[in-house]
Ligand binder design. Structure first.
Ligand SMILES: Nc1ncnc2c1ncn2[C@@H]1O[C@H](COP(=O)(O)OP(=O)(O)O)[C@@H](O)[C@H]1O
Ligand SMILES: [Mg+2]
Length: 333
């Protein structure tokens, strides 16, 4: 089993970029139930950080604490350099939050929803109209702008939700399960939007139940299970945490295959395929060691493939079998 929290490996001399969000020891209980059991987070400015976990892991609770909607029972956190408890107003001013449950009012039009947000941000009328029109255009909602939001598809509602979040031009954005329940096309559309935000320098804290989504978007991923972070790292680092990685060597010449099997006695042999499978974390160092041994024996493989476990393997190993959903479904609390 992996250590509970993986230290952040840093290359020597690499500057530590300032944290947009940092939290130490966040705790939260409801009655007898401990929902967050000491959460540490550090999100470098300008990066995408994914909080990955199954239903009930504590993702929304974390987002609510970091957006000052609820208070933690313990621990402390800073957002954009402001302390959560000492300066909640400054924290609120620095962030944009798109909640798991839509903030869109279905009874009014998309445009009216946007103007309402502009009012909440105290934008002057003209400025509010300009920002609303620009964002509606950017999120491909101009044609639907005058229609009641209740007539929008799921994907359109999410886009409107994010557009509303962007009205105040926040530099830090929390997206709580932005693609849960979306069809694949809308999901990919949302991924593009998130990438564009990051390209514009915004820091994104994203929660998701989808391994693929964290893998696609996030610079770093924290795996949250049952109120604890059970692992943290890049997707590749997480994949190396679990067994199952191996190097596979395939040969066409049976003699070369046999010599290789002798040179690599720890390999699992597949005589029929003339293939050898050597356990490996897929790192450059381990790969080089295998190749060096083949070289010294004067053997060349015809094909070399590296298999690293995918995030699914990681998730199962770390969460002890909590099942990530195969089907997008609404997350009901
Ligand atoms: N206001 C609340 N009162 C009681 N229990 C809550 C409340 N909010 C969340 N919980 C519980 O805390 C746990 C984590 O919830 P949540 O943070 O919503 O998880 P996630 O977003 O990862 O699905 C769940 O077991 C949930 O039932
Ligand atoms: Mg949630």
């Amino acid at each position: 089993m992996a250590p509970p929290v993986m230290p952040t490996p840093r290359k020597p001399g690499e500057a530590r970029s300032p944290a947009a969000v940092s939290a130490v020891g966040l705790r939260k209980s409801y009655g007898e139930k401990t929902v967050l059991d000491g959460i540490d987070l550090r999100i470098p400015a300008g990066s995408v950080f994914a909080l990955l976990g199954p239903n009930g892991a504590g993702k929304t609770t974390t987002v609510q604490i970091l957006s000052t909607l609820i208070t933690a029972d313990g621990g402390h956190a800073q957002v954009a350099g402001h302390d959560l408890t000492a300066a909640p107003q400054a924290v609120r001013a620095a962030i944009g939050v798109t909640g798991q449950f839509s903030a869109v009012d279905g009874l009014i039009t998309g445009e009216e929803n946007m103007l309402l947000m502009a009012d909440l941000h105290h934008l002057p009328r003209r400025e509010g109209r300009r920002a609303a029109a620009e964002l509606l255009e950017r999120f491909d909602l101009t044609d639907a702008a005058k229609k009641p939001a209740s007539t929008y598809s799921g994907g359109m509602k999410r886009r409107l939700d994010i557009a509303m979040t962007l009205i105040g031009d926040p530099r830090i954005i929390y997206l709580d399960e932005p693609t849960t329940g979306l069809d694949p096309r809308s999901r990919h559309n949302m991924w593009r939007i998130i990438r564009e935000l990051v390209a514009g320098g915004v820091t994104v804290l994203l929660t998701t139940q989808y391994l693929e989504e964290a893998d696609e978007l996030a610079d770093r991923i924290a795996v949250l299970n049952d109120g604890r972070i059970v692992a943290e790292g890049t997707a590749d680092e997480l994949k190396r945490l679990v067994p199952g990685g191996h190097v596979r060597l395939r040969f066409t010449d049976p003699a070369a295959y046999r010599s290789a099997a002798t040179a690599l006695p720890e390999a699992t042999a597949d005589d029929e395929a003339l293939a050898l499978q050597i356990p490996s974390d897929g790192s450059q160092r381990e790969l080089r060691a295998v190749l060096d041994r083949l070289d010294s024996a004067g053997i060349e493989a015809d094909e070399l493939t590296v298999h690293t476990p995918d995030l699914d393997d990681v998730f199962f190993a770390l969460t002890g079998g909590s099942t990530p959903p195969d089907q997008p479904k609404e997350n009901v609390r």
